[in-house]
Design a protein around this ligand. Structure first.
Ligand code: ADP
Ligand code: ZN
Ligand code: ZN
Length: 740
């Protein structure tokens, strides 16, 4: 018999975990993973049962009882508990923090509750005499008639037929004629039930890929990297693999990178699997998220589609995890505890006997290198569905345009093609990787950019409110009339953002509806849906957007894609800038020509000779991979090395630099004392961070390049420990998504 349980309480005040032993009340059947309410000093607090035990060293009289079991089933499944422990270990954070990843935030501290409705049911017997019993109440007689078929009926439904039925129903219930009870209803993000669609005939590439994946799914193992060009029909491969899982009584998780894409892929999945599919993402209301989570936990939803955090979905009998567009940055979470959804997925698949399927038209360099080494099995789909050609890509040298006297943001070719496309009744997508109207505002006299008062970054001019916005901290400031530095009145918005592109399209094509899709227009739960719907219905002819729209979307009548300024990502001070540019352009190009009409892509650039741009123009992944891989090898960049830094934040630059200086001295000393570590470390230096001030805090860093090792590295363990011991705001980052 279990008398005691160890509970980890949901408190994150320190780096150590708080686990306490409680008495388990006899009538409360507790299980490992249960969410419980326990007394904690003067408070009541939530916790998770870590283990049950029948002995305890403590004196029972000083111990307290678990107050309440909060859910019918354990909230944390066994393999997810292991995962939480593993992550707490590797991220050096409390288990309570990693456990929070596994439960919707709304569930903690009871911020949402199951929603119920009152239902009524006739208990049977002689209907006529029951009606007679009601004397002159026509309402009760009518209600008895309505319930006489014995079906459970919601009071809200009866209300449509009978005014204010509840008092009468209560009366009938007191007479013992009907049963009134509460029934749980699940809030669903879908308005309608899914319409089921038939399966298409597979292409031969899809057949071949599936002939490898399906047997693996049967066996519950295998890791694959599916490299399939845009429009090769990767989604259909996912659907078939998921279906095999369901037939085997298993479950599936499908991760997608951007919420903007979710409606499309979700509707595809729902049209094939119906309500067995659940979605989990941050745009759901609390109630919906909570209910979808419970639908999954109870096993009613067996296919989970969602953004990165859905990798923690509480499915049992996991059969496959699919990661669509696996190269996307959004699979990295930078919040603490930070994680890489791809690694978490791999861990879960190994632990739970499931197949891992990573897929992309532009696999990340690291994943493709792994596949070449044999860590993943490489599958290829080099052709588009129906043998549609890949779109034709044309590079336009914007320097040439300038020479010809065109100072506008559209080249002559792009203007011509845009008009032609719209005249033919087709659609176009234009993308530029900056939201707002102009990414900077410059003084023409002294050359100064106007910066955010809290961050050392240029502010973006927005057209809607005619104000300056900081895209790092969200601060909004009025546009000054004169330069804050030299008082010159000549200040001018510079560069191109989505709002500017939208404006220019409207000037060029005054009668055409344009939709804009970026973080500013996609606020709120259904924010993105309205714009995408206008475009899908063909009412809007041109879509302007950021990288959000460059990937995954499937609009058959888009025949033209324009990259307004391809170099924006290329100029970022980051070793991944070429990779990101190639990915972005190839993905964007992939939006064109996805049905019978040939697609055309125009890439405007000031660097047409750059290898990333050239490879994107030929859409040749392997070409790009080879050049980039060699460059990384020669320059000692990931995957050959790790870029590691301590980021120090403080309220003055001096203080931040003092701290980073001290860290540098410590690390140098440690290297001196451990000569064996030196061959691993290529360099260590101390500096200001590239963005010196963010949200009012100054930033300094110790930056290191460390050779990638096969064995766990004692040097890295030392760094982790050093961070633990450091005081103040110091974070250790390994290959962070941004080095700014
Ligand atoms: P990808 O994700 O590889 O870019 P999608 O999965 O979006 O490609 O598929 C491209 C288009 O081809 C979609 O419109 C899809 O419905 C269609 N499609 C996929 N497989 C088939 C098939 N076997 N037969 C006919 N159409 C297909
Ligand atoms: Zn000035
Ligand atoms: Zn700011």
């Amino acid at each position: 018999m279990t008398d005691y349980c160890d509970v980890i309480v949901d408190i994150l005040t320190s780096k150590t975990d708080k686990t306490f032993t409680y008495l388990a009340p006899e009538n409360m059947r507790l299980q490992k993973g249960d969410r419980v309410l326990v007394p904690f000093g003067p408070r009541k607090i939530e916790g998770i049962v870590l283990r049950l035990k029948d002995t305890c060293d403590l004196e029972p009289s000083v111990m307290k009882f678990v107050l309440k079991k909060l859910d019918p089933q354990p909230a944390i499944l066994e393999p997810l508990m292991d995962l939480a422990m593993e992550m707490a270990q590797s991220e050096q954070c409390p288990l309570a923090a990693t456990l929070r990843l596994m439960i919707p935030a709304q569930m903690r501290m009871d911020r949402v509750k199951p929603k119920t409705e009152t239902v009524a049911r006739w208990l049977g017997g002689d209907l006529e005499s029951a009606k007679e019993q009601q004397g002159r109440s026509q309402k009760r007689k009518l209600l008895l008639d309505l319930l006489s078929d014995g079906q459970v009926q919601a009071v809200s439904q009866l209300k449509l037929l009978v005014r204010d039925p509840l008092p009468a129903l209560k009366h009938l219930s007191e007479q013992g004629l009907i049963d009134l009870s509460e029934r749980e209803i699940f809030r669903s993000p879908f308005q309608r039930a899914a319409e089921l669609l038939p399966d298409p005939v597979l292409t031969s590439d899809q057949e071949i890929a599936l002939s490898e994946i399906l047997p693996s799914v049967e066996k519950g193992k295998g890791s694959f990297l599916l490299y399939g060009v845009t429009g090769s029909g990767k989604t259909e491969v996912y659907i078939r693999a998921v279906r095999r899982c369901l037939r085997l009584g298993k479950t599936a998780i499908v991760l997608v990178p951007e919420i903007v894409l979710t409606p499309q892929i979700v509707s595809w999945f729902r049209s094939r699997f119906g309500d067995v599919a659940a979605v989990l993402h941050s745009r759901l209301s609390s109630g919906e998220k909570y209910d979808e989570w419970r639908r999954i936990r109870r096993g009613d939803a067996r296919v989970v589609i969602g953004a990165r955090s859905a990798v923690f979905a509480p499915v049992s009998d996991l059969g496959i995890i699919i990661i669509d567009e696996e190269h996307e940055q959004s699979y990295l979470s930078e919040h603490t505890p930070s994680y890489d959804a791809r690694k978490v997925a791999q861990f879960r698949c190994q632990r739970e006997g499931a197949t891992l399927l990573l897929a992309s038209a532009t696999p990340s360099l690291v994943s493709y290198a792994k596949a070449r080494r044999g860590s993943y099995m490489l599958l290829e789909m080099p052709r588009r569905v129906n043998n549609l050609p890949l779109p034709h890509v044309e590079l336009v040298d914007m320097r040439e345009e300038l020479r010809l006297g065109n100072r506008g943001i559209f080249s002559a070719q792009l203007q011509f093609k845009l008009k032609e496309c719209v005249q033919r009744g087709e659609q176009a997508i234009l993308f530029v990787n900056r939201r707002g109207y102009a990414p900077s505002v410059q003084c023409l006299n002294c050359g100064k950019n106007i910066q955010c008062p809290s961050c050392e970054v240029a502010m973006t001019f927005h057209r809607e409110d005619q104000q300056l916005h900081c895209h790092y901290c969200g601060k909004i400031e009025p546009l000054p009339k004169t330069c804050p530095e030299c008082a010159s009145p000549y200040i001018k918005p510079m560069g191109v953002g989505t709002q500017r592109v939208e404006e220019e399209v409207k000037k060029l094509l005054p009668d055409v509806e344009v939709v804009r899709v970026d973080a500013d227009t996609t606020q709120g739960k259904h924010g993105h849906k309205r714009q995408l719907d206008r475009f899908r219905q063909g009412k809007a002819r041109v879509m302007v957007g950021t990288q959000m729209i460059a990937k995954g979307l499937d609009f058959p009548s888009v025949t033209l894609v324009g990259a307004v300024l391809a170099d924006l990502t290329l100029n970022l001070p980051d070793f991944r800038s070429a990779e990101r540019t190639f990915q972005l352009l190839t993905q964007a190009a992939g939006r064109a020509g996805r049905s019978q009409r040939q697609g055309q892509v125009i890439v405007q650039t000031y660097k047409p000779e750059h290898y990333a741009i050239k490879a994107a123009a030929t859409q040749d992944y392997l070409d790009f991979f080879k050049v980039e891989f060699e460059k990384r090898k020669r320059g000692l960049y990931p995957p050959f090395t790790k870029l590691v830094r301590f980021l120090v934040r403080d309220d003055s630059l001096d203080k931040a630099r003092q701290k980073s200086g001290k860290l540098l001295i410590e690390i140098r000393k440690a290297l001196q004392n451990n000569p064996g570590w030196k061959k691993e470390v290529i360099f260590v230096r101390e500096d200001e961070a590239p963005i010196r001030r963010l949200m009012g805090r100054y930033r300094a860093q110790v930056f290191m390049k460390v050779l990638e090792q096969k064995e766990p590295s004692p040097f890295m363990a030392y760094l982790t420990d050093l961070q633990e011991r450091s005081e103040g705001d110091v974070t250790l980052q390994v290959n962070p998504p941004s080095l700014a």
